[in-house]
Design a protein around this ligand. Structure first.
Ligand code: AMP
Ligand code: FE
Ligand code: FE
Ligand code: ZN
Length: 278
């Protein structure tokens, strides 16, 4: 039986399950604890925490912030006490970017209105929502195709958004009372030296943990990351990056090929770092 999953997206960002559904699914799978880590928002926490009480699943409030470090690097934050002041700007900027994407589509004659999208998908809209619409309109075969041909960098409907520097993001999470954790370290295609540089830079600004187990990471990769975490005195975390139907190959709690297995003991370390007792 799997114990926890500390990396999950809901409809508050680009997941397709509502926070309550995610908690129900977690209970069904026998998970003891899950963290809600939506992109740039904590709007899913309220519903998830209350569902957690109903279903007997411990819900950890979290966030995933996209940051700039050459490539885009994601920082997870757990147990934030107050909203990052910066976050409002990030969300405003995303909003303006989305307006532009919708306008580009409308200019091509597609029946797309940002207002309608907000009514349908909620506050935080991302490229996956545009991808979903392109699939629905029959212009793309699936989400990957929609990204590859329309919304990825360099494609017709790509509009960049302002992304905050990595140092600022790590500090903002610390200032908000949260525990910053480097997400999915293999996603950045760095060699050992480069990854160490990234870790050391983040640690200079308050990084406390590293995501060592993640959907698709094999035993060798996990062992390497856990070794690095130990060496640097970082807390180990792990999660699936569940997005519901937006990434249908990823399963809550178990990953892609049942390879994911995150022990509850790791959450205890995280709670200690956050000063959470219970
Ligand atoms: P945004 O933050 O709106 O620019 O959108 C970025 C998000 O799109 C990422 O956080 C991913 O979750 C998602 N994404 C990126 N590439 C893909 C893809 N090929 N298929 C599905 N989702 C993707
Ligand atoms: Fe996402
Ligand atoms: Fe991520
Ligand atoms: Zn994620």
């Amino acid at each position: 039986m799997r114990e926890i999953d500390l990396h999950i997206h809901t409809t508050a960002s680009d997941g397709t399950c509502r926070p309550r559904e995610v908690v129900r699914l977690a209970a069904e799978k026998g998970l003891r604890a899950i963290a809600i880590t939506d992109h740039d928002t904590i709007l899913g926490h309220g519903e998830a925490l209350s569902a957690g009480l109903d279903y007997g699943v411990e819900v950890v409030p979290g966030i995933e912030v996209s940051t700039k470090y050459g490539v885009s690097v994601h920082i997870l934050g757990y147990y934030l006490e107050n909203l990052i002041p910066l976050l409002a700007d990030v969300i405003d900027d995303r909003d303006r970017r989305n307006e532009k994407i919708a306008a580009l589509m409308a200019a091509d004659g597609l029946p797309v209105s940002y207002q309608n999208m907000k009514e349908r998908f909620g506050e935080v809209i991302g490229r996956p929502h545009f991808g979903r619409i392109l699939v629905e309109l029959g212009l793309a075969e699936n989400m990957n195709d929609a990204f590859a041909r329309f919304v990825d960098r360099g494609q017709r409907y790509y509009v960049p958004r302002t992304i905050i520097p990595i140092e600022t993001s790590v500090e903002a999470i610390v200032e908000s009372g949260g525990v910053p954790v480097l997400a999915h370290p293999f996603q950045y295609k760095k060699n050992d030296r480069e990854l160490r540089e990234l870790i050391e830079l983040c640690m200079d600004h308050g990084l406390r943990g590293m995501e060592c187990r993640y959907s698709g990471y094999d035993e060798e990769q996990v062992a390497y990351l856990e070794g690095l975490a130990d060496e640097y005195g970082l807390i180990r975390t792990g999660g699936s990056d569940f997005h519901g139907d937006n990434k249908p190959h990823i399963r809550l709690g178990t990953g892609i090929d049942n390879e994911l297995d995150v022990p509850y003991a790791w959450l205890e370390e995280l709670k200690k770092a956050a000063g959470v007792t219970k």
